[in-house]
Design a binder for this molecule. Structure first.
Ligand SMILES: Cc1ncc(C[n+]2csc(CCOP(=O)(O)OP(=O)(O)O)c2C)c(N)n1
Length: 616
């Protein structure tokens, strides 16, 4: 096995060029074997095998810096930088991260896996190396055509191209897709460059076949039909090159390095290459797959439950039928956010803006000003990007925009950049914005309808990456909240945010069984906190425990405490939430349990609070 002989990029450099195709085959086999078991970004990594080999043969990592945008395609890089043996633990708790990780290796500098940041990082690194006189160090950013639709890339190019003597190598990994085909003129321009390149190559081959040497002339002629945007901005442009021809990519990268200025190397790759099911997957070329399912016990059909995303998808479609003013937006994630169904049904009322969350939000403000009700479907963690746009462009103007925040709370195996644990803290700062957290599928349907019916300002709905909870009916009301459970004589009130209602109810069961009667409430609309709920909670109960899967700073519990304080009340209040630190990857349920956000943790919190009271 060639792969086993490579423990660092130096070993790779020693291989003869003739061995590279076999190495690529071994890498692909290992990728398929591991990722089909663990889950992860299969398609993107299958597409960068040769490209990664070439990068590590030409550049001298970590002295030369390679920044991966978005980082989801760094598995091959990990295999070539000493982590091949550990790859089996990919995305498992305590195992290899699904993104670059500074703790794992000196070869990983940037681990932020929010897209379109690479060119800004490399701009800064190139400036730093120039200032420090470290002129031998090359700086390389590897950016996909999808990531290139993000505004930050263009902000960075604006600076990079303006410094013709500061070397930066931009490797454009163009497979024509984000998850789905890359939208907009960035996508169509790259497609035109690819096609011109293919025509040039065909022309050159024909000329070579004819026995003369006008091949190079044919390339120039075909490329001249399409002027690359990059050259017009003042960058050098090399390519397009077949990104699966390791020797050709290597030659192109050497040329790029020798230019000693800012240069784009346009590599054309195929997402999912070498794994037939990925190549055939029209939706996203197996961009990201889940872990292999444990086989169901013999004779039992596997139970397939709808996820929160499925419920959203269905209800938004139903709303679309009655409300022609409802339109939907996505930042390059129509499929993952559940909008494919809406897009198929109402193709003129859906906008995929590219990986451009900030633009999506302000564009939604414009749509609202134009008389529509936009629903912006976005992962909770990616809304962070667009905080100012939510605050100033939407909320200041009181525009009726609904944000649907999928993957809120702990997401699991994607780790610190993907846990959606910031949204309640951020959205709690926005005047006039109302946030709902559905506890079950039925509430998601109701709250979505309430949100799009609200025309006085923005609303947001948050739900996690999980199966939707089955019906948890209300048994009564507590101020504006649903009361889900009320033991006679309850002195303890549990207030659960959204999907944590199930854990709170289970905790209440356990507490009642041991002689601690409880009540459980679900505020539904969680922010701003309803002062009446605070008043009734403080008046009616000795102990109030809130539970949310948001960071502790500025979430629901903090807001509840502030409302109580401002009303002059001093409840015996315990707020359960996530510790305000970057959380590693792991199982969602295990991470929640670690933070006391499961039934056992909530019970334990109640018991210790009651015990502390007895000691007073
Ligand atoms: C700010 C942000 N929005 C959305 C995503 C989700 N996301 C991860 S990879 C990806 C597509 C990237 O496409 P491209 O850069 O072309 O790389 P490819 O996967 O095609 O190799 C998206 C939308 C993200 N990581 N960051």
């Amino acid at each position: 096995m060639l792969l086993e002989s490579i423990s660092c990029p130096g070993d790779l450099k020693d291989l003869p060029e003739s061995a590279l195709p076999d190495l690529a085959t071994e890498i692909r086999a290992r990728l398929v074997d591991v990722v089909c078991r663990t889950g992860g970004h299969l398609g993107p990594n299958l597409g960068v095998v040769e490209l990664t080999i070439a990068l590590h043969r030409v550049f001298d990592s970590p002295r030369d810096v390679i920044v991966w945008d978005t980082g989801h395609q760094s598995y091959v890089h990990k295999m070539l930088t000493g982590r091949g043996g550990d790859l089996g633990s990919l995305r498992q708790a305590g195992g290899v991260s699904g993104y670059p990780s500074r703790a794992e290796s000196d070869h990983d500098l940037v681990e932020n896996s929010h897209a379109s940041t690479s060119l800004s990082y490399v701009d800064g690194l190139a400036k730093a190396f120039a200032v420090r006189g470290e002129t031998e160090r090359a700086v390389v950013g590897v950016v996909g055509d999808g990531a290139l639709t993000g505004g930050m890339c263009w902000e960075a190019l604006n600076n990079i191209a303006a410094a013709p003597h500061r070397p930066v190598v931009i490797v454009l990994n163009d497979n024509g897709r984000s998850y789905a085909p890359t939208v907009g003129v960035v996508g169509s321009h790259l497609a035109a460059l690819r096609e011109a390149g293919a025509r040039a190559e065909a022309g050159a081959r024909a000329e070579a076949g004819a026995g003369d040497d006008v091949g190079a002339g044919a390339e120039v002629a075909a490329r001249a039909e399409v002027h690359s945007l990059f050259e017009q901005l003042g960058l050098a442009y090399l390519g397009p090159v077949d990104g699966h021809d390791a020797a050709a990519v290597e030659a192109m990268l050497r040329k790029a390095r020798a230019l000693a200025g800012p240069v784009v190397v346009h590599c054309v790759t195929r997402k999912g290459l070498g794994h037939a099911p990925a190549e055939a997957d029209e939706a996203d070329r197996m961009h990201a797959i889940g872990p292999a399912k444990t086989p169901a016990a013999a004779g039992t059909a596997p139970v397939v439950r709808p996820t929160w995303t499925d419920v959203l998808s269905e209800e938004l479609c139903a709303i679309g039928a009655d409300r022609p003013d409802v339109v939907a937006l996505s930042a390059a994630m129509l499929g993952p956010t559940g909008l494919s169904r809406f897009a198929a049904r109402y193709p003129d009322r859906v906008y995929d803006v590219g990986i451009a969350e900030q633009h999506a939000v302000t564009s939604a403000a414009g749509l609202a000003m134009g008389g529509l009700h936009p629903v912006v479907c976005i992962y909770a963690t990616f809304l962070n990007r667009a905080f100012d746009q939510v605050l100033m462009d939407v909320a200041l103007h009181r525009q009726p925009v609904t944000f649907v925040l999928d993957r809120a709370g702990i997401t699991g195996s994607d780790g610190p950049s993907h846990h959606g644990m910031w949204d309640l803290s951020l959205l709690g700062l926005v005047p006039g914005l109302r946030v709902a957290a559905p506890r079950d599928g039925q509430r998601l349907r109701e709250l979505l309808r309430e949100a799009v019916a609200w025309s006085a300002g923005p609303t947001a709905l948050r739900f996690p990456k999980a199966d939707a909870a089955s019906d948890l009916p209300a048994v009564g009301r507590l101020a504006g909240a649903d009361l889900l459970h009320a033991d006679p004589g309850a002195q303890v009130l549990l207030i659960a945010v959204g999907a944590l209602a199930g854990a709170a109810l289970a905790a209440a069961e356990g507490l009642r069984a041991t002689g601690v009667p409880c009540a459980v409430a679900d505020p539904r609309w969680v922010l701003p906190v309803d002062p009446d709920l605070v008043a009734q909670a403080c008046d009616g109960y000795e102990l109030v425990v809130t539970a949310e899967d948001n960071g502790c700073a500025g979430g629901f519990g903090d807001a509840f405490a502030r409302v109580a304080r401002l009303a002059g009340r001093r409840p015996n209040l315990h707020t359960l939430s996530l510790e305000q630190r970057f959380q590693a990857h792991g199982e969602r349920s295990a991470i929640l349990a670690e933070h006391g956000l499961d039934a056992a943790g909530i019970q334990a919190a109640v018991r210790s609070a009651l015990a502390a009271d007895l000691l007073l």
